[in-house]
Design a protein around this ligand. Structure first.
Ligand SMILES: Cc1cc2nc3c(=O)[nH]c(=O)nc-3n(C[C@H](O)[C@H](O)[C@H](O)COP(=O)(O)OP(=O)(O)OC[C@H]3O[C@@H](n4cnc5c(N)ncnc54)[C@H](O)[C@@H]3O)c2cc1C
Length: 488
């Protein structure tokens, strides 16, 4: 008989969290630390969501989304998780750019970028300084009408090479384009520029195991392989879920599922005020990704050629071309043995941005053919940096937007959630349906490992305030402390 994944689950919790991505786990852990009873329900057999890994025969282990995040992760992990987790975060020092416009290696910080922009690209030091200061000062409450294109045009008119240096890594890091609001660029770029690019030493498996242990310690009731089918809304309030066919009630529900899925499927149009439904329908998803995972044979080694290689054969930076099925730009993440101290193994992961529509509707034969093509062209591109790569490999496979959708249920396999407008819809959710909160990649700035963790904390605080108010008023007062007054 199949195991009952809800065995021993109570009928009622203070909070039910749907989804154990970084945002969901962070919210759950912080609410449990506040003394709340928390049930965390994850549909997959692993916790972590996009922050995940997999093993293959021959001792291979591949990380999916461990390519780089800003230094802010150290503070967030120390404050909202544990010191031990924060202590595993280390800097990647060799970030390489190789494209028809320039080749260079950098630690990816403000001092080195200033040097490169002044010495190699001939930009006046005061212009560079002023650009960095402008980007640094940007925040969510700024004017959101200026686009990233306009920001670059203001500081570096006609300089497509400078735009490429400043923008290409950010397009990889959060899928943003030149037409997105400049603040999405400014906030994320400044986060990276403050001190460079970091990863978690020990691998994603170790991080998620440490987070799990911490959640066990704080008392979160953790359940995997549990599909939440519905969020229960009664009298306009979220008051529980239907999961694996069973109803469980709660004082509040926090969804870490995709924002659009949360509103349109888990709640359902019949329980949504029209305004919320319209706003949600208007939210655009971010792009998805393809990856090629290359496992190096035991005993083989790869010379150090940098940690993160932003490579492109496209003449100019072009975000449409970066997502196209005919790949022109690839990021190679090089995993040397020190990624997992004690190991002697190497792996390489190639990541490219990708469109759902290019992969979702193929016949099984065409899908396999296109995956094989992706693998072949990726190996050919990698030969420039590791000439004998084919003889060093004994495992290679690829993933596509369909793969990411399959494992995380992110709508259209979206790597970074939604475009900017999704953030307001996510933040406003409890104003439309009291007791319902959303935390997870939205709005570009709240995506990636750091964005997801920080947003998980922000929303946990909002939810805690809601619970407090509910207790104080006996559930009769609708006033909660989100960004806007109640609308419905
Ligand atoms: C290829 C790739 C490379 C990336 N590289 C980087 C990088 O280098 N640096 C970086 O910072 N970020 C990177 N990211 C992005 C980063 O991984 C994500 O932004 C972040 O992990 C998202 O976390 P989340 O909590 O918002 O959502 P998710 O990770 O999507 O988690 C949502 C969880 O909810 C679960 N769920 C959904 N619906 C249900 C349901 N109905 N019932 C039960 N469970 C449900 C899912 O299974 C999943 O576990 C990358 C992502 C990808 C795909």
């Amino acid at each position: 008989m199949a195991r009952d994944r809800l065995d021993g689950v109570r009928d009622h919790y203070d909070v039910i969290v749907i989804g154990a991505g970084l945002a969901g786990m962070t919210s759950a852990n912080n609410l449990a630390k506040c003394g709340r009873s928390v049930l965390l329900l994850e549909q997959h057999y692993n916790f972590g969501g996009m922050a995940t890994w997999f093993r293959r025969k021959g001792g291979h282990i591949f990380d999916i989304s461990l390519h780089g995040f800003p230094i802010g992760m150290i503070k967030s992990c120390r404050k909202y998780w544990t010191r031990e987790i924060a202590d595993c975060i280390v800097q990647l020092k060799g970030i390489v750019f190789d494209n028809p416009q320039f080749q260079l290696k950098t630690p990816f910080d403000r001092a080195d970028f200033t040097r490169i922009l002044v010495e190699r690209f001939g930009i006046a030091p005061e212009t560079v300084e002023s650009f960095f200061d402008t980007a640094r000062r940007m925040d969510f409450y700024d004017d959101q009408s200026m686009t990233t294109r306009e920001l670059f045009e203001k500081f570096f008119p006609g300089r497509s090479d400078v735009v490429r240096l400043l923008m290409e890594p950010i397009t990889y890091a959060n899928g943003s384009t030149l037409d997105d609001p400049a603040i999405t660029y400014g906030i994320v770029f400044s986060n990276f520029m403050s001190r460079g690019v970091y990863i978690f030493q020990g691998g994603t498996d170790k991080l998620i195991q440490m987070m799990r242990q911490e959640m066990v310690r704080t008392g979160v009731d953790l359940r995997k392989q549990v599909q939440v089918e519905r969020i229960v809304v009664e009298d306009g309030r979220a008051c529980g879920v239907i999961a694996n066919g069973r109803r469980i009630s709660a004082g509040a529900v926090l969804s870490n599922a995709n924002l659009k899925t949360t509103v349109e499927k888990l709640v359902g149009p019949e329980h949504c005020p029209d305004e919320l439904l319209e706003e949600t329908r208007a939210v655009r998803l971010n792009n998805s990704s393809c990856q090629v995972y290359m496992g190096i044979k035991k005993g083989e080694r790869i010379d150090y050629i940098g940690d993160l290689l932003f490579t492109s054969v496209s003449d100019v930076f072009d975000t449409k071309a970066m997502c196209a099925r005919d790949v022109t730009s690839r990021t190679f993440s090089m995993y040397y043995p020190d990624t997992r101290p004690g190991s002697d193994r190497y792996a390489i992961v190639s990541s490219t941005n990708a469109n759902w529509n290019d992969w979702a509707n193929l016949s099984p034969e065409d899908y396999q053919r296109d995956k094989a093509h992706l693998i072949e062209t990726t190996l050919a591109a990698l030969e420039k940096y590791v000439p004998d790569i084919r003889s060093k490999l004994d495992h290679v496979e690829a993933s596509t937007p369909v793969t990411f959708h399959h494992y995380t249920q992110q709508m259209h396999g979206s790597t970074f959630g939604t475009k900017f407008e999704g953030l307001k819809v996510s933040m406003d959710l409890p104003n439309h349906i009291p007791g319902l909160f959303h935390a997870g990649s939205v709005g570009i700035i709240m995506s990636g490992w750091l964005g997801a963790i920080n947003y998980g904390v922000i929303v946990a605080n909002e939810l805690e305030t809601y619970m407090f108010e509910q207790a104080r008023t006996g559930g009769h007062d609708d006033t909660i402390s989100t960004t806007e007054p109640m609308r419905s």
